[in-house]
Design a protein around this ligand. Structure first.
Ligand code: ZN
Length: 137
């Protein structure tokens, strides 16, 4: 596996609108996309800095992974890091062959039309790690 770049950093927030306002000031640019990903029970907002995005995540239900994260981290915080790869299935197969525990054995649909899959934090030194493939590339 050789990721091409950090695709995004996922940040869990309690209140998406307040977090958007903060990041718009911090980064001096407007949030370019707000999207609900029903499958993951999140509402997301995106900013772009160079090649890398900031993904703000707000849970849409109490059993959302973001809601669970906020129970442990009441102020919110960095929830995951996402690396861009050219071939997601191949990257997952390589990770599995290296003994890394996968949350997703096959790609699924994420925000922004990307195919995504997660590696388990138990195998990644505590960092929830997402791999992303842009099917349009
Ligand atoms: Zn993500």
């Amino acid at each position: 596996m050789k990721p091409t770049h950090i695709e995004h950093i996922g940040i869990a927030v309690k209140n998406l609108d307040e977090a958007i306002a903060y990041y718009e000031k911090l980064l001096g640019e407007k949030c370019y996309s707000v999207e609900e990903v029903a499958e993951q029970k999140v509402r997301t907002a995106f900013f772009k800095i160079g090649q890398t995005k900031i993904e703000l995540l707000e849970g849409t239900s109490d059993d959302s992974p973001i809601s669970k994260f906020l129970e442990k981290n009441p102020h919110g915080g960095v929830q995951h890091i996402a690396f861009a790869v050219d071939d997601l299935q191949q990257a997952l197969d390589e990770a599995a062959a290296d003994g890394i525990q996968l949350i997703d054995k096959t790609p699924r649909k994420g925000a922004e039309g990307l195919n995504i899959a997660f590696l388990h934090p138990k195998s990644t030194f505590g960092v929830l790690t997402e791999l992303c493939e842009d099917p349009n590339n």
